[in-house]
Design a protein around this ligand. Structure first.
Ligand code: NDP
Ligand code: 2IT
Length: 450
């Protein structure tokens, strides 16, 4: 066999940047994985010979399409839709859809790349994909959202299916949007299968899919603390975001005796020294998920503090759960958090910490669970929604609660296996990257050059 050229990390990244100009989020996500994987495969010739990392960082395909729809005033509107199918070596492409004005190809490529490793970590047979649109659901009527979703699915349906690619929710795509998308998929194909997950319980949705990402992120935090001989009881927690992931993370923090003191949206953050307890959380969920209002209203309702245009990270606390969006913890904010004595960070959002910020946390020996491990609970329950749909059965809620807890525990164990250093500090970033990589890489080797 020919001995391949061994490019080093710098050469690999130079090539990646050249082939994907301007896609900074994608570069960032690949670098984070490549930095660990290059070390791991240094003495493993087969991964070099088969160009595994080079191939995982080149999506299998990217579908991009025009989405035309009519607003309530009869104007024709045009958005761009995408599906990035990154890798299906270990199962059908799987990953969410994001509707947000910031969506572009770089963001969806980073998310699809991350999803490939995350899905591998769950232990379930799912490949990695992601999609979405620059459509902004804010301020749109239900009918406008419905017409957009129908138009979006009219193209997307050619590319997805229960054994091909199974989308779900992400930012801006929740129960309402999944309902409209699945309704149109069913109408176009005349089939009823598990082609989308996160569906309503009445039509094939799984128990606890809604809660799973937030709960799982807190389970990862709990396991990291336990490994270090601590627990969540009495700990103050910084949470960002106030959507699906953030609100169910707060619910689980409350179950486990912690105290969430912040939440945020794109307008700013609230600091509530009393803690976002059950009653206040119910208000927050109704405000953000039902009325789709702004978070300042929470501060007014409960006499909490509101900081317009700011993020929660300068508030002193024991642990932090970033649950809004990418790059929402800057390097400077990471330094502030370390200075304030933060003990652990569990990433509910995808890639919420800047590259250098992650190094700050790990150099300071803060317990740091990266998103591909910490927020994998959502897609794990999506995987089990697919299983239930294939078997045409719905499992009991308690079974799924137990499965989620076990899957998060197994992910923690995998991170410890590959991330434990000689001094006993667990580098969860390294652990997650290597554990996620191996399974996909070995499957790709089995297939030969395809
Ligand atoms: P939602 O749409 O339910 O909520 C998003 C929240 O983040 C809102 O509070 C929103 O504020 C805020 N937000 C979004 N974009 C920005 C921004 N650019 N700046 C500041 N705040 C912002 O989304 P989810 O809770 O589902 O997703 C949150 C994160 O979790 C994302 O990174 C997503 O990829 C990740 N994730 C989600 C999973 C899921 O199952 N839903 C699974 C795994 C990861 P506003 O209301 O003002 O827009
Ligand atoms: O980032 C993610 O893991 C998600 N948005 C959930 C994906 C899914 O298929 O449930």
């Amino acid at each position: 066999m020919a001995v391949s050229d061994h490019v080093n990390l710098d050469e690999f990244m130079t090539g990646l940047r050249r082939r994907n100009p301007g896609e900074t989020e994608f570069h960032q996500a690949v670098y984070e994985v490549a930095a660990n994987v290059f070390d791991f495969i240094a003495d493993k010739e087969i991964y070099h010979e088969m160009q595994i990392l080079r191939r995982i960082a080149e999506p299998d395909r990217i579908i991009s399409f025009r989405v035309c729809w009519e607003d309530d005033n009869g104007n024709i509107r045009v958005n761009r839709g995408y599906r990035v199918q990154n890798n299906n070596s270990i199962g059908p492409y799987k990953g969410g859809l994001r509707f947000h004005p910031s969506v572009n190809q770089s963001i969806l490529k980073f998310l699809a790349f991350e999803q490939t490793f995350k899905n591998s970590l769950t232990g379930l047979p799912m490949g990695g994909g992601k999609g979405g649109s620059d459509f902004n659901p804010k301020g749109k009527s239900n009918n406008e959202v419905m017409r957009f979703c129908q138009s979006f699915m009219t193209e997307l349906h050619r590319h997805v299916g229960e054994d091909t690619d199974v989308p779900a929710g992400d930012i801006g795509v929740g129960a309402r949007e999944i309902g409209y998308l699945f309704g149109q998929w069913k109408r176009l194909t005349n089939k009823f299968t598990g082609t989308l997950t996160g569906k309503g319980r009445e039509y094939g949705g799984s128990p606890i899919r809604t809660e799973a990402t937030g709960y799982g992120t807190v389970y990862m935090l709990q396991d990291m603390l336990q490994q270090a001989g601590e627990d969540l009881e009495g700990k103050t927690c910084l949470v960002s975001g106030s959507g699906n992931v953030a609100t169910y993370a707060i619910e689980k923090i409350n179950h486990l005796g912690g105290k969430a003191v912040t939440a945020s949206d794109s307008s700013g953050f609230v600091y509530d020294a009393h803690g976002i307890d059950t009653e206040r959380l119910a208000f927050l969920m109704e405000l953000k998920n039902v009325r789709r209002g702004r978070i300042e209203e929470y501060a007014k309702e409960f006499g909490a503090e509101f900081y317009a245009g700011e993020r929660p990270w300068r508030v002193a606390a024991d642990v932090a759960l970033p649950c809004a969006t990418q790059n929402e913890i800057s390097t400077a904010e990471a330094q502030t958090m370390i200075g304030n004595g933060i003990k652990a960070v569990s990433e509910g959002a995808n890639m919420p910490t800047e590259q250098e910020g992650i190094h700050e946390f790990t150099n300071a020996k803060v317990l740091f669970a990266p998103s591909k491990a910490a927020n994998a609970g959502g897609v794990a329950i999506s995987g089990l929604e697919m299983s239930q749909n294939s078997a045409r059965i719905t499992w009991k809620e308690q079974e799924l609660q137990d499965l989620l807890r076990n899957i998060m525990g197994d992910i923690h164990t995998s991170c410890v296996e590959y991330g434990k250093g000689e001094d006993g500090y667990i580098d969860y970033v390294k652990g997650a990257n290597i554990a996620g990589f191996i399974k996909v890489a070995d499957a790709m080797i089995a297939y030969g050059v395809v």
